[in-house]
Design a protein around this ligand. Structure first.
Ligand code: FES
Length: 167
């Protein structure tokens, strides 16, 4: 059996929209995996590339930023800036051999609880497919060994998956 691997996923969520969307998902009793740790921010424009890199450095397997829909940011362009930073990070990840799918940008409003639950499931599925973040060397080695034991192929790093869908 594959080494038991429970991904750690950090979600930087804007308090006005996505955090409230996560709250609504809870209030609606929607099921989503308990792998998500939410960090609430006044706006996704506050998320710096260094915050995301720090999350990976301390062992996150995937990170997402979720903010207001385009045109709804309370600080006008914070979500646009965040989306650009995520796009830049994806390029850097591809260049250094880390899967760009480990980081993602979403837009979820306060009334979109089901959408938040769906993104939580999607990020969890991605993290499970990609395995532990290479920074977590021992966990990754155990996971790769268990894949090999089962005769399953290791995931190719740095490639976007065909099942990568944007919510
Ligand atoms: Fe929500 Fe800016 S206030 S993303």
């Amino acid at each position: 059996m594959t080494e038991e691997y429970s991904p750690k996923i950090i979600g930087f969520c804007c308090r006005w929209c996505s955090y409230a969307g996560a709250d609504l998902a809870g209030a609606m009793r929607l099921q989503y995996p308990p792998t998500i740790r939410i960090i609430m921010l006044p706006c996704t424009g506050r998320v710096d590339i260094l915050h995301v890199l720090k999350a990976f450095e301390v062992g996150a397997d995937a990170v997402f930023i979720s903010g207001c829909h385009e045109g709804d940011c309370h600080y006008l362009r914070g979500n646009i800036q965040a989306r650009k930073r995520v796009a830049r990070l994806k390029k850097v990840f591809a260049e250094i051999g880390l899967e760009p799918e480990r980081v993602e940008m979403f837009h979820v409003s306060s009334g979109e609880g089901p959408k938040f639950a769906a993104l939580a499931r999607e990020m969890t599925e991605r993290a499970l497919r990609l395995g532990p973040n290479p920074v977590r060397r021992e966990a990754r080695a155990r996971w790769l060994a268990s894949l090999a034991q089962e005769g399953k192929p290791s995931p190719a790093p740095g490639s976007e998956s065909a099942s990568d869908s944007r919510l």
